[in-house]
Design a protein around this ligand. Structure first.
Ligand SMILES: [Zn+2]
Length: 206
């Protein structure tokens, strides 16, 4: 381990990519409550390398967020990166690659809205999950400085999904109707065309 970290310190370059394996549903580590990072963790040598690995892994798998437990590191750490722009959910604001350490969520408004969620740890599936759409997130950056972020709509859902991983929870735990869990292919063929009316119906249940 020491050798690997030394190698990182002296040889790191733009080209060095370390894609880690994303563990999948069924792996017990996805069900653990991850431990918070301490101040000494933040000043350690391995934390920078871990975040580099997470970034390379996120880019390789093509996701918008990755929590450390998804690469079998049971730590309260997640990264999120969203290109933003027009989507089927309307205009989504961009989130540049950001590291969230020991994040907490405060629900500002419990009014929920549903989206079809996917997860790198539950590949090939989509499920319709309703979550509060107005939250506040508090977290530390790598320097240990505290930040606060207020999020609404689709972004509120993304952050709750990612931070659920830190408590050993997957989106499938939050399905209200198991009929609304689908393989990707069937989702695109049968469910996506009905998505807008479905989301509207779910809202009315409030
Ligand atoms: Zn996930």
């Amino acid at each position: 381990m020491a050798n690997r970290l030394d190698a990182f310190r002296f040889n790191v370059s733009e080209e060095s990519v370390a894609v880690r394996k994303v563990i999948r549903m069924g792996h017990p580590m996805l069900r653990e409550v991850a431990r918070p990072l301490s101040q000494s963790d933040l000043s350690s040598d391995w934390i920078g390398r871990l975040i580099e690995d997470m970034t390379d892994t996120l880019h390789d798998y093509g996701g918008i967020g990755l929590a450390a437990p998804q690469i079998a590191e049971p730590l309260r750490l997640a990264i999120i990166e969203i290109a933003g722009g027009p989507t089927r959910y309307g205009e989504i604001p961009a989130v540049p690659l950001t590291v969230f350490i020991n994040p907490t969520i405060e629900i500002v408004d419990p009014a929920a809205h549903g989206y079809w969620e996917g997860c790198l740890s539950v590949p090939g599936l989509r499920g319709f999950v309703r979550r509060p759409q107005h939250i506040k997130v508090r977290y530390l950056d790598l320097n240990g400085d505290e930040f606060e972020l207020e999020l609404q709509g689709f972004l509120a859902t993304v952050f709750q999904h990612e931070f659920d991983h830190l408590d050993g929870r997957l989106y499938i735990d939050r399905l209200e109707d198991s009929a609304l869990l689908s393989f990707e292919e069937e989702f695109v063929r049968y469910l996506e065309p009905k998505e807008v009316p479905l989301a509207a119906a779910a809202e009315k249940e409030e």
